[in-house]
Write a protein that binds this ligand. Structure first.
Ligand code: LLP
Length: 427
């Protein structure tokens, strides 16, 4: 169910008209729905429960990079979520939002010594290690601080996720993970390192997957590897299948989370029966977009309408620095007028004020709009605010969390002075 719909011709987030938010906090502003975030997280949590998993045997680690606002993290933490982080900054964010270290996993190809020390000092659940060099560094850093580092290896299963090449990560040519063929020898090495404790295995093959077949293919490769490792006396206690289920941007029909998890748990149960494995392996997930994506919109105001010989432009006050996805991936976000007009529609490119031809948010859209109207860029809750920048010395947008008919400012709009506060002019 969408939590963004028209009531009396005005687009609302839950029961809050987006016009009220724009009036109070201005534009551009990201607006998130608490009910949508809750529902999307619950799709994972409920499916785990339905398949007999409890806290010890399943853990959803929300991928912080998709939307890292403290209020969003706090809400998900309260719902029982763990967190998948990729930097020391994200670790501190999760802790500031009330997240617990024993549910934090640390992914990423480039962890620094400082980040490792920080994560070790908080006793996080697991490091998802992506290379032999990282394994050696982690072993050394853990030794220096007198700790054991719990690890899983991010195995690259060489499965085609059939998604945009920039967000496909499980192929041999990608920089991510340890090649499937090298996983066994790397686990053997890990088992000999004094400050490393092998606890799991993980993968993440890509993002915005509409079909779960590639994920199930990756699962089979991982369970095969777990059997091989068991024969060598290396026990794997958790299997983390990564994130990746997509959302509907343009009428796409991603597999329902509940259906995907039903198939995944069925395969895991079959495998356990076949191999007479007594102890349940803990299954972990790292979803981002499927939790935050359709829970957010970006509202923006039309500044100018420019009719051209070839094209009409609607110049709005949001830009590529606010929502980078169209410029970067030619991504499609639906554009809806916040207040519906009966007037005849024209075709517009919706563009921002940034000095780049790549600064567009939507192309060739039929819109009945006038100067001063509000537009909503839909399904912008994931990889929207988190990928924003200050290009053109533009302050980042405000963020608002809606809860029914109430709403809260959860991030202030950046003021120009904030943007150069850290700079200085030499004497
Ligand atoms: N786990 C790892 C290790 C990841 O790298 C990612 C996303 C996720 C989990 C979460 O994946 P999700 O469930 O959100 O698909 N900026 C791009 C998406 C980049 C995804 C990066 N990794 C976009 O705007 O489409």
């Amino acid at each position: 169910m969408s939590h963004f719909s028209y009531h009396d011709g005005v687009l609302c987030a839950e029961n809050t008209p987006l016009t009220a938010i724009a009036q109070q906090f201005g534009t551009p502003t990201y607006v998130y729905s608490k009910a949508a975030l809750t529902e999307n997280f619950s799709a994972y949590a409920d499916a785990c429960k339905q398949h007999g998993r409890d806290q010890r045997t399943a853990l959803v680690c929300y991928s912080v990079k998709s939307n890292s606002n403290l209020a969003v993290l706090n809400l998900l933490g309260q719902l029982g979520s763990g967190f998948d982080i990729v930097s020391g900054g994200e670790l501190l964010r999760v802790l500031a939002a009330g997240g617990t270290p024993e549910k934090i996993i640390f992914s990423g190809v480039g962890k620094t010594c400082d980040e490792m020390r920080l994560a070790l000092s908080h006793d996080i659940l697991c490091f998802n290690v992506e290379s032999v060099a990282e394994l050696h560094r982690l072993n050394q850093v853990a030794g220096e601080v007198g700790k054991q580092a719990p690890i899983s290896l991010r195995v690259n299963p060489n499965v085609d996720a059939k998604t945009h090449p920039y967000i496909s990560t499980g192929l041999k040519e990608n920089k991510f993970g340890i090649a499937y063929e090298e996983a066994l020898s790397t686990y053997r090495l890990a088992a000999t390192l004094p400050n490393i404790t092998v606890v799991g295995i993980d993968c993440h093959i890509g993002s915005q997957l509409l079909d779960d077949a590639p994920l199930l293919e990756a699962l089979d490769k991982l369970t095969g590897l777990i059997d091989t490792l068991a024969n060598e006396g290396i026990a794997i206690h958790h299997l983390d299948i990564g994130g990746g289920i997509g959302v509907s941007y343009n009428g796409d029909r991603p597999v329902a989370v509940g259906d995907y998890l039903a198939r995944l748990f069925a395969r895991i149960d079959d495998w356990r029966l076949l191999k007479h494995r007594g102890a349940a392996i803990k299954v972990m997930f790292e979803p981002g977009r499927s939790i935050s994506g359709d829970a957010g919109v970006l509202i923006t105001e039309v500044q100018y309408l420019k009719d051209g010989a070839v094209k009409n432009f609607a110049v709005v006050d949001a830009a590529m620095n606010d929502l980078m996805r169209p410029a970067m991936y030619e991504a499609w976000h639906e554009v809806r007028p916040v207040v519906q007009r009966p007037a005849l529609a024209k075709t517009y490119d919706v563009v921002g004020p940034v000095c780049e031809s790549g600064d567009w948010l939507a192309r060739a859209r039929e819109l009945a709009i006038e100067q001063g109207d509000l537009l909503a860029l839909m399904t912008a809750g994931a990889y929207g605010m988190t990928m924003s920048s200050n290009y053109n010395t533009r302050g980042r947008a405000a963020e608002v969390l809606v809860d029914g008919a109430g709403f809260h400012l959860v991030r202030q709009r950046e003021a120009p002075a904030d943007l150069f506060a850290l700079e200085s002019i030499p004497e």
